[in-house]
Write a protein that binds this ligand. Sequence first.
Ligand SMILES: [Zn+2]
Length: 101
Amino acid sequence: MSALIYLNLDAVHPVVDGRWHRARLTSVPLPGEKITMLCGVTADAEFERPREHAARGAPTQCWDCDLVYRREHGIDILPQHPGIRRERAPGGEGKGKTRSR
Ligand SMILES: [Zn+2]
């Protein structure tokens, strides 16, 4: 007998350098598989147990991913949204960065 475990991929938020991002995942990535976040950051998938995760401290939200997610889902975006401020800054943050662990 098997115990099926269903994962809601919409609730999977990859953490890179202490920031949690959003990605358009169609399946659970394999360890080492490259993931591209909505903000353009790429990183290799890695898995940890919750205890190890807690030792790293709480991640902060990637506002660039949040901005893309809100636009794609028609969610209101306040003018003071941190992602908009970065987007308007010269060179805008969060585009095309690559992080590997
Ligand atoms: Zn992001």
